[in-house]
Design a protein. Sequence first.
Length: 45
Amino acid sequence: MEPSKAVKEYKDELIKAQEKNERLTTLVGKVTVEKEWLALCSVPP
């Protein structure tokens, strides 16, 4: 495999991994906010 092709494939994989990481980070953030909101709502007066 040519070095330039290997570098391009590596960069493409890196970009895909970063995009997946961003989506997962967003999802975890939403779940965390929902969990904290539910915890606040369930506190007895």
